[in-house]
Design a binder for this molecule. Structure first.
Ligand SMILES: Nc1nc2c(c(=O)[nH]1)N[C@H]1C(S)=C(S)[C@@H](COP(=O)(O)O)O[C@H]1N2
Ligand SMILES: [Mo]
Length: 431
């Protein structure tokens, strides 16, 4: 891990707030204390004139390359890629995951937003695409992209998480893979578009309408039934993602967003909203995305993504470089609203300390948490536990597993654990 910081142990000792060296989160704010000695510890103390004149780095000696029409990441970042899992022989069906462990902050770059396609990414001509609203409405409406653009727009930061995210935690042995592979069916963007309630009001939605069937213009014509209350609340038709037209992988030219609900319901390439009085029992709400219970019965329409968190630094694939001060950092989110608290444990859940939340903390968006940690070099088990503003929190993995039939992997939000070995290796463990 590259973020080791060395500071005066004596000053730190009275800041310890939980076992195994967790330090008061407020230490992060007292920059002078936390940062004292970082430059020295990372070998960064030089005389300023050492890198001037003839000693200047190569890239200062010739003019840089010219402008580019659309920028791409630095070539030094070429390993930061989505992680693929594709069904053999079905190139357009499957998932690619966001490499959460290689990113910072909370916004996912559009090119790294996870992908879940049931039959590939359609190549839609935006000039020919239309969104239809029909069924239990006074006047059925068809919207071209151009027409939609004339409605009042809203901008919100929301996460999208596949119901199958972190499903690997239902396997009997903890998979030794990166945090991105475990939790990367999760991304967060700034979305801009039109509130669905505005369009439904214009169409004149019937009072006894109960559900809306959303259908995509992909080769799977993927469909889901959405409760009318959600459609009249914060659901939106997004046309922009992080300031630019929504990417083809995310639903260009428009997608449905049902903030906080399972990924599958956020129908991409949205072409049709059929207002009805009963759910349609679409393939994806019967064969998939249901929760199989120990009784053999399955729970259907479990829409909300529960309170959840994961430590991404340190995580599997990283190595701790000896005892010292580290920052534990991770992501927390909840479909129910804002994250109100994240607790971190360094002793496998025996003692907990409250982590710092990096502002802004937005509802139904990713929140970054940070926890300073004085690692003494002995084996430790790191955990995080999020609580949302509605009081929702994370069960232990064992408690979560106990609720369902064996192998049921949808909607996993149990507490996750990394063990730090004496040699600095990081392993996934079920603690
Ligand atoms: N039309 C359509 N919408 C879709 C899908 C699809 O295959 N086709 N996949 C769904 C699933 S299962 C998820 S998790 C999210 C993923 O959104 P993303 O690919 O933008 O990350 O889109 C949903 N919307
Ligand atoms: Mo999904």
């Amino acid at each position: 891990m590259g973020n080791r910081k060395r500071i005066d142990d004596a000053k730190m000792s009275d800041e310890i707030v939980a076992e195994n060296g967790l330090i008061n989160r407020r230490t992060l704010l007292r920059n002078a204390l936390f940062t004292a000695g970082i430059a020295a510890a990372s070998g960064g103390v030089v005389r300023a004139d050492d890198s001037a004149g003839a000693n200047a780095p190569e890239w200062m000696k010739t003019p840089g390359r010219p402008f580019s029409g659309y920028g791409v990441p630095s070539k030094w970042q070429e390993k930061v890629q989505r992680i693929f899992t594709i069904a053999p022989g079905r190139a357009g069906t499957g998932v690619s995951r966001t490499p959460l462990h290689l990113l910072e902050g909370t916004i996912t770059p559009a090119g790294l937003h996870f992908e879940r396609h049931h039959n590939g990414v359609p190549d839609i001509d935006p000039a020919k695409h239309e969104l239809f609203i029909h069924g239990m409405v006074k006047q059925p409406l068809a919207f071209s992209l151009e027409a939609l653009m004339r409605y009042p727009m809203e901008t919100h930061v929301y996460f999208v998480e596949c119901a199958g995210n972190s499903g690997a935690f239902s396997s009997p042995q903890p998979p030794q893979v990166t945090s991105g592979e475990l939790n990367g069916l999760l991304s967060c963007s700034e979305w801009t578009g039109v509130r669905l309630s505005v369009l439904l009001a214009e169409a004149g939605i019937a009072k006894d309408a109960k559900w809306i069937i959303a259908e995509g213009a992909d080769a799977a014509a993927m469909s889901r039934s959405i409760p009318v209350e959600k459609c009249m609340d914060d659901a939106m038709i997004a046309m922009y993602q992080n300031g630019e037209a929504i990417r083809p992988e995310q639903g260009f030219p428009m997608r449905l967003l049902v903030p906080g609900f399972e990924g599958n319901m956020n129908v991409k390439w949205l072409r049709r909203l059929n207002v009805v009085d009963a759910p349609v029992d679409a393939r994806d709400e019967t064969s998939h995305y249901t929760e199989l219970m120990p009784s053999g019965k399955a729970r259907q329409f479990m829409f909300l993504q529960g309170a959840k968190s994961a430590i991404v630094k340190p995580s599997f694939g990283m190595t701790m470089k000896g005892p010292g001060l580290y920052e534990i950092s991770g992501l927390a989110w909840s479909g129910a609203g804002r994250i109100s608290k994240v607790e971190v444990s360094a002793d496998g859940g025996k003692s907990w300390a409250v982590a710092a939340l990096t502002e802004p903390v937005l509802p139904k968006a990713l929140t970054r948490f940070r926890m300073p940690w004085q690692w003494d070099g002995r084996p430790s088990t790191l955990m995080s536990r999020a609580t949302d503003e509605k009081g929702g929190t994370q069960p232990t993995r064992a408690a979560w597993i106990g609720e369902y039939a064996p192998g049921q992997g949808y909607h996993f939000n149990g507490v996750q654990s990394w063990s730090i070995e004496a040699d600095g290796a990081v392993k996934n463990v079920y603690a």
